[in-house]
Design a protein around this ligand. Structure first.
Ligand code: PLP
Length: 416
C-alpha cells in the first residue's frame, strides 16, 4: 500500500487483521481463553510456533487491534499495551533491567514516573537524574553499567524540552536504549523515531484516548535499537528476528509476570477516541497558544510556561521538532494573587488533575500533584506555590479567552 498521511493511516490501521464480518470498529472481545479443535495447535501457540491467542493476560484481539494502531501512529515495528501509562513504564523497566544496572533520566519528569524510579533504586537499579535539556549533562552521567536513557518530550508542568535529537545521537553512539515518553506531544505532533528513539511510551489515557473515559498505556519499539548488544535478553526470547527480542521480553515478562493488562472495553474506548486525535490536538494547541499570549500580556501573571512563546528557553527546538507546541500551558501568578482564587473565578475551566481531555482542566501544582515531594524538591524543579497548570481543551476559543480575562482581571483588581 502507498504511504498515506497520519490521519488516514491512523483511521485504517486496526483493520489490517481482516476484522470479523467486515466490522468497521474492531469488536470488543471479552473472552479470557480460546478453544482449539486440534490440541496440537494449542501446544504450538504456547510454544510460539504458531500465531494465536491463549490467555487474556497476554493477548486479546481487541487489544491487538489497538496495538497495531499505535504501532502505525509511531511508525514502529511492534507495540505492547498495558492497563495504564505507568503500567507500561514499570513493566518495561522491570522486564529489561536488573540489579546493578544504571539508567540516566531527565530530572524534569512526570511525578509518578519519578516515584517509580525511586522504587527502582530500592531494587538495586541506579538512577541518575540530570537536566536533559542539555545533552552534555546526559553524557557526563553515563557509566559502564548504563543501559538506558529516559526522557519526556515536553515535561510537565514547566514545559522543558529535552535535547531530543542530541540525546538520540549520543545513545546511538554509545549503544544505549533511548526511551522517550511521547505522552505530552502524542505521535501527531512528534514521532520520537525521527530522533533515534528505541522505545516510545504513550499514556493512552491522555491525548490518544482523549476523552478522559479510559486508562491505558503503550510501549512501542521503533525498530532502531540493535538488541543483540543488550546483555539482559533471556535466551528463550531470542527469536529469528533480533529486532523483536526487546518487545518480546517486555510482552512475556511484563504482561505475564506483572499482569497489568489492558482490558478489551478500555481498548475499544481508546481506539475510538484515537480516531480524532489530530483534529482535537490541532484545536487544543491553537487554544493553548492564544491563552499563553493572553497570559503573557496580563499584569496578574508573573511568568508563562509554553513552548510556543518566543521567550521559552527551548522555543527554537520545539519549532524545529514539533508540529505544534502542545496543549499544556502553566503560569506563575504575581505576588499577592492566590491561585485558588483565580481557579475558583473561572467558569468554563474545571479544577481537575487529568490532562489531554477534550475539556480545559486546571490544577494548582504545588498543592496537589507535587505536594508529596516537599518544598525543596519543588523548588529544584522550578515549581512555585502559585503555579497553575492548564491542560487546554477544544472549547470555543473566545469562551476560554473570556474565562481567563475575567478571572485574571478580578485577581489584578484585588491587589490594587
Ligand atoms: C499521565 C502520564 C503518564 C502515566 O499515564 P497513566 O495512564 O496515568 O498511568 C506517564 N507519562 C506522562 C508524561 C504522563 O503525563
Amino acid at each position: 500500500m502507498s504511504k498515506k498521511g497520519f490521519t488516514t493511516t491512523n483511521l485504517h490501521s486496526d483493520r489490517s487483521d481482516k476484522p470479523e464480518h467486515g466490522v468497521l470498529h474492531k469488536a470488543i472481545h471479552t473472552s479470557v481463553a480460546y478453544g482449539y479443535d486440534d490440541a496440537r495447535e494449542l501446544a504450538e501457540v504456547f510454544q510460539g510456533k504458531r500465531a494465536g491467542y491463549n490467555y487474556g493476560r497476554q493477548l486479546n484481539p481487541t487489544v491487538t487491534a489497538l496495538q497495531n494502531r499505535v504501532t502505525a501512529m509511531e511508525d514502529g515495528i511492534a507495540t505492547a499495551a498495558f492497563a495504564t501509562g505507568m503500567a507500561a513504564i514499570a513493566s518495561t523497566m522491570l522486564s529489561l533491567l536488573r540489579a546493578g544496572d544504571h539508567i540516566v533520566s531527565s530530572a524534569f519528569l512526570f511525578g509518578n514516573t519519578n516515584s517509580f524510579f525511586g522504587t527502582l533504586q530500592t531494587l538495586g537499579v541506579e538512577v541518575s537524574f540530570v537536566d536533559a535539556t542539555e545533552t552534555a549533562q546526559v553524557e557526563e552521567a553515563i557509566r559502564e553499567n548504563t543501559r538506558l536513557v529516559f526522557v519526556e518530550t515536553i515535561a510537565n508542568p514547566a514545559t522543558q524540552i529535552a535535547d531530543l535529537a542530541g540525546i538520540g545521537q549520543l545513545c546511538k553512539e554509545r549503544g544505549l536504549i533511548y526511551c522517550v515518553d511521547n505522552t505530552l506531544t502524542s505521535p501527531h505532533l512528534f514521532q520520537p523515531k525521527t530522533v533515534g528513539a528505541s522505545l516510545i511510551v504513550n499514556s493512552l489515557t491522555k491525548y490518544i484516548g482523549g476523552h478522559g473515559n479510559a486508562l491505558g498505556g503503550a510501549i512501542t519499539d521503533s525498530g532502531l535499537y540493535d538488541w543483540t548488544n543488550f546483555p539482559n535478553i533471556y535466551d528463550s526470547y531470542k527469536g529469528q528476528d533480533a529486532r523483536l527480542w526487546g518487545i518480546t521480553q517486555i510482552k512475556k515478562k511484563g504482561l505475564r509476570d506483572m499482569g497489568a493488562s489492558l482490558g478489551p472495553e478500555a481498548a475499544h474506548h481508546l481506539a475510538v477516541g484515537s480516531e480524532t486525535l489530530p483534529l482535537r490536538m490541532d484545536r487544543a494547541c491553537a487554544n493553548a497558544m492564544a491563552l499563553a499570549q493572553l497570559c503573557e500580556a496580563h499584569p496578574a501573571v508573573n511568568r508563562v510556561y509554553y513552548p510556543g512563546i518566543v521567550s521559552h528557553p527551548q522555543h527554537a527546538r520545539a519549532s524545529e521538532l514539533f508540529r505544534h507546541y502542545g496543549s499544556i500551558m502553566s503560569i506563575d501568578l504575581v505576588e499577592g494573587v492566590d491561585c485558588f482564587d483565580v481557579l475558583n473565578a473561572m467558569e468554563t475551566v474545571i479544577a481537575s488533575s487529568n490532562l489531554g481531555d477534550t475539556r480545559t482542566l486546571a490544577i494548582p501544582v504545588a498543592h496537589t500533584i507535587f505536594y508529596e515531594m516537599g518544598a525543596e524538591r519543588r523548588a529544584s524543579m522550578g515549581i512555585s506555590d502559585s503555579m497553575i497548570r492548564f491542560s487546554v481543551g477544544i472549547e470555543d476559543q473566545q469562551d476560554l479567552l473570556d474565562d481567563f480575562s475575567r478571572a485574571l482581571d478580578a485577581a489584578q483588581e484585588s491587589i490594587r
